[in-house]
Write a protein that binds this ligand. Structure first.
Ligand code: GLU
Length: 476
């Protein structure tokens, strides 16, 4: 049997981290088993589905490194198949039309509430006579189609994450609506639980891997598989992603869509790595830093936890910094270039840009940190308090002025790691200054702060922009 799994996103929003994590578990499982990872765009909610969200979802999956097999299936193109299935259920007497209107249903629910009963449809239209139906239709009533769920039915499956699962028909809320309201005895738009079963069946899906918020749907869907005599796939319900308070991660927790994480400066490698760890623990001896290709060699559902996975921003940031620190300067430059250009900064030649990338690399946690880290090259830095104090120290200005005399004997393009040290040594010797005093004062003048990246490299890069002497002169 070839494993066939699918991600079935609704394009009613950008790719959400929860959906992306579900996608990853599907992808990892497919790749581990040499199977197929398929996509189905569930766009049947016409009002909320948008082309731009489909685009965002596909781009997000690609960005995270999840390639899919076969052309994505567009659910709305399959409405005839869905309707056919409803006809079959009607014919078999396993589904029926319910003409109860909103008011009647509301009164029914109020009655249940008053009696402390859980809200459910009371199956009131299950056995309408042809005369009763004809009467409802002549009254101009609309109808939904409901699938019969017997209270005594017991539904069992062996969940790949949660083990033995058991539901009773009576806990599923009564006969289930499988098509939206339509006039008289027409068939309205088919609904989620029905269409998912038809589509998963037609796509030959062998394993349905999705969030645990779908558990009750799975129970209902198994009944539909049985009614339609389709093969029932295996199911895996993955744990929810929680915030620090143990609640489902939501917009209120900051970013939740993959494109937002990207904009904030997270790398796809760190994101994919971190999301895999949200609910899956690595086998003994495997490091927590990995590519999803590496994870796909060892991914099994027995290492997926049942408990919700807490989202840990610090860990994600740490992973992101590790990824960036391991990138080549070319990779760093490629990703920071658009950000620097967006600031309106004119970038010098490639060699300079790669040197800048190498210089700031160790201080990057997020790609977007590049702005803060390289600002002083492009804009006059504001003098920080520590730098101000440094420049007021006895001998600070004199040491800079001696150094400047040395600098002016060189052409800016001649300054390199060798002779820059010589210049400092020379200035120290000539004026009798401590080297530490010269270097700290130089840092204060050039960077406006005593903190920041490597001084000598920063100085060399500034000199190539003809900015070192000018900045020193400001404080003399
Ligand atoms: N469109 C559904 C969702 O996004 C799919 C659920 C499923 O995988 O069946 O929640």
């Amino acid at each position: 049997m070839t494993v066939r799994v699918r991600l079935a996103p609704s394009p009613t929003g950008n790719l959400h981290i929860g959906t992306a994590r579900t996608a990853l578990f599907n992808w990892l499982f497919a790749r581990k088993n040499n199977g197929k990872f398929l996509l189905r765009i569930e766009d049947t909610d016409k009002e909320r589905s948008k082309e731009e969200f489909t685009k965002n979802i596909l781009e997000g999956l690609s960005w995270l490194g999840m390639n899919w097999d076969e052309e994505p299936i567009i659910q709305s193109n399959r409405v005839n198949e869905h309707r056919k299935a409803i006809q079959i259920l009607l014919k078999k007497g396993l589904a029926y039309r319910c003409y109860a209107n909103e008011l009647e249903l509301e009164l029914m629910r109020e009655g249940q509430k008053a009696n402390n009963q859980a809200p459910r449809y009371d199956n009131r239209n299950r056995n309408l006579s042809p005369q009763e139906e004809a009467k409802y239709i002549s009254e101009g009533r609309t109808s939904v189609i409901r699938f019969r769920i017997e209270d005594q039915t017991s539904i069992k499956w062996d969940d790949m994450v949660r083990g033995a699962m058991h539901w009773e028909g009576k806990d599923l809320g009564g006969d289930m609506v499988i098509s939206r309201r339509a006039p008289g005895n027409e068939i309205g738009d088919p609904l989620y639980n029905l269409v998912v079963v038809i589509d998963d069946g037609d796509m030959g899906i062998t394993h349905v891997i999705r969030g645990e918020d779908h558990i009750a749907n799975t129970a209902k869907q198994i009944l539909l598989y049985q009614a339609l005599e389709l093969n029932i796939p295996k199911f895996a319900h993955t744990p929810l992603i929680l915030n620090q308070d143990g609640k489902k991660l939501s917009k209120r927790d900051g970013v939740t869509s993959i494109s937002e994480f990207k904009e904030k400066g997270y790398t796809s490698e760190a994101m994919a790595n971190y999301m895999t760890l949200l609910g899956w623990s690595v086998p003994d001896g495997m490091e927590e830093r990995f590519s999803i290709e590496q994870a796909s060699k060892v991914f099994e559902f027995d290492r997926v936890n049942k408990a919700g996975a807490k989202f840990d921003w610090e860990k994600l940031k740490w992973l992101n910094s590790q990824v960036l620190h391991n990138w080549s300067s070319e990779q760093i430059f490629e990703s920071i270039k658009p950000l620097l250009e967006n600031e309106g900064w004119e970038l010098p030649d490639m060699q300079w840009c790669l040197a800048l990338s190498e210089l700031i690399k160790p201080s990057l946690t997020l790609i977007t940190d590049c702005i803060e880290q390289s600002k002083f090259f492009f804009e006059e830095p504001l003098l920080q308090d520590d730098a101000k104090r440094q420049l007021e120290l006895e001998g600070a200005k004199e040491s800079l002025s001696t150094l400047l005399e040395q600098i002016e004997q060189l052409k800016p393009e001649e300054l390199d790691l060798e002779n820059s040290k010589d210049l400092i040594n020379q200035a120290a010797k000539l004026g009798g200054f401590k080297k530490g005093l010269i270097m700290k004062s130089l840092r204060a003048a050039l960077l406006g702060s005593l903190k920041g990246p490597d001084l000598m490299t920063s100085w060399i890069l500034l000199s190539k922009l003809n900015k070192d002497a000018i900045r020193i002169k400001k404080y003399l």
